[in-house]
Design a protein around this ligand. Structure first.
Ligand code: FES
Ligand code: FES
Length: 159
């Protein structure tokens, strides 16, 4: 192990995982993608501006590009991959597909996680609520109307 390298042990999507040799300034986003092979969280801006890297850290929605990987030590991370289960896609994921809210798809994982977070706090959000909750997520393709449709569809289905 070289100077300035750190080890990370944390729980990701329910599994205890470990990686060694991370550099001290490495982001959680980089670790998720490059150490753990979880490519669902996207890297678009690396500045907390686009929301494409949204994940849960101990149940709180964060931009993984703004969190140091070392900050996740001993903690619980959930990524977009963790929302699906053996029965298939999570209702939020399915709603995005069915509403046509996925075009290039680059923003989609972030929107899905942010929508999941919104619906667990506000089960039946109105459009203003939805727009406010998703204000940190940027989509260059859809014009947002279909994303709003997807959130409404998901709200009807999420238990
Ligand atoms: S890549 Fe993290 S907010 Fe854009
Ligand atoms: S679907 Fe392309 S950026 Fe949103």
């Amino acid at each position: 192990m070289g100077v300035g390298r750190v080890k990370l042990t944390c729980t990701i999507n329910g599994a205890r995982l470990e990686a060694d040799g991370l550099w001290e300034g490495e982001s959680l986003l980089y670790a998720l993608r490059e150490r753990f092979g979880l490519y669902g969280s996207k890297n678009a801006c690396e500045q907390g501006e686009c929301g494409s890297c949204s994940v849960y850290l101990d149940g709180a929605l964060v931009c993984a590009c703004l969190v140091l990987a070392g900050q996740a030590e001993g903690r619980q991370v959930m990524t977009v991959e963790g929302l699906a289960d053996s029965a298939g896609l999570h209702p939020v994921q399915q709603a995005f597909v069915e509403a046509g809210a996925v075009q290039c798809g680059f923003c989609t994982p972030g929107f899905v996680v942010a929508t999941h977070d919104l619906l667990r706090r506000v089960p039946n959000p109105d459009e203003a609520h939805i727009r406010e909750a998703l204000a940190g997520n940027i989509c260059r393709c859809t014009g947002y109307a279909k994303i709003i449709d997807a959130v409404n569809l998901a709200a009807e289905r999420v238990p």
